[in-house]
Design a protein around this ligand. Structure first.
Ligand SMILES: [Zn+2]
Length: 278
């Protein structure tokens, strides 16, 4: 599912095609996307809006309009966006919305599992909405190893589960947490509050940033549903050190990668490099 690097890749591709463009018409094809609101009404409300900026916060894509309203998109499990000349995309049973822009191009939203959401927020509603849901942005200056310590030291839950909590670090998901923990040599099931030495915290902090930056450089990871807005694939899946690689040798020590569960999610780690006991 799309995590920070995938959403950031989408943002970077959409920004130049959306900013300065007007939404000529918007068709919401699946009421689940905007429920409990009326899809026809939301489509009409979005029509005529002029795009001022395309931003990202955690895994949210933020389309800001000149009117100061915001379209807040969350792709959840399988959402993706395509940009193409109007009417040029093949029919797609999983298409859930289409935005026609004033330069005769379309932005089409596809979502197989249908967990994604589009929310139209009024001026002033975005900040309070995100504040309660998201911790610091891991690639910003606000995310320091000290800030990370503040988030971990009161939590006894497994480290992996805590890092998946969007209020701890915004934008991490199953893939990049496993990769960061391998890089930092930390066991995913270690209680979060036991990661408390300056060295461990600093290494974890750096590892999180490193895997996210690598993911952005590779334009995300394409496992099944994710694609870039021009229909291309990401390349990060070729760089995974542990994710999905059970039985394969660890690149550092040769020990077979193992799979377990943490935070309710399939979790991969090296049993030799990532010891349960510090
Ligand atoms: Zn290893």
């Amino acid at each position: 599912m799309p995590e920070l690097p995938e959403v950031e890749t989408i943002r970077r591709r959409l920004e130049p095609v959306l900013v300065g463009r007007r939404f000529e018409s918007v068709e919401i094809l699946d009421p689940r996307l905007v429920r409990p609101l009326d899809p026809l009404e939301i489509g009409l409300e979005l029509g005529g809006e002029l795009v001022a900026a395309v931003e990202r916060r955690g895994k949210y894509l933020i389309v800001r309009f000149e009117s100061e309203r915001v379209l807040l998109i969350h792709l959840r499990m399988t959402g993706s966006l395509r940009h193409a000349p109007a009417g040029s995309l093949a029919d797609d049973p999983h298409r859930r919305a289409v935005v026609r822009l004033d330069d005769s191009s379309d932005v089409a939203y596809r979502d197989v599992r249908r967990f994604g959401t589009w929310q139209l927020l009024e001026p002033g509603e975005l900040d309070p909405y995100l504040r309660t849901r998201l911790g610091s942005e891991p690639l910003s200056g606000a995310f320091t190893s000290r800030a990370l310590r503040e988030k971990l030291h009161s939590r006894r839950a497994p480290l992996k589960a805590v890092l998946l909590d969007q209020r701890v670090v915004a934008g991490l998901g199953n893939i990049y947490v496993d990769e960061a923990l391998w890089l930092a040599r930390l066991h995913p099931l270690r209680p979060a509050n036991t990661v408390d030495t300056a060295d461990e915290l600093s290494l974890l902090h750096r590892s999180i940033r490193r895997v996210l930056k690598a993911g952005i450089t590779r334009q995300g990871a394409t496992l099944r549903d994710y694609s870039t807005p021009d229909g291309g694939s990401g390349g990060m899946q070729h760089e995974f050190k542990v994710y999905g690689r059970d039985g394969e040798p660890c690149e550092r020590c040769g020990t077979p990668i193992e799979k377990t569960r943490a935070g309710g999610r399939g979790t991969w780690y090296c049993p030799r490099c990532q010891l349960r006991e510090p």
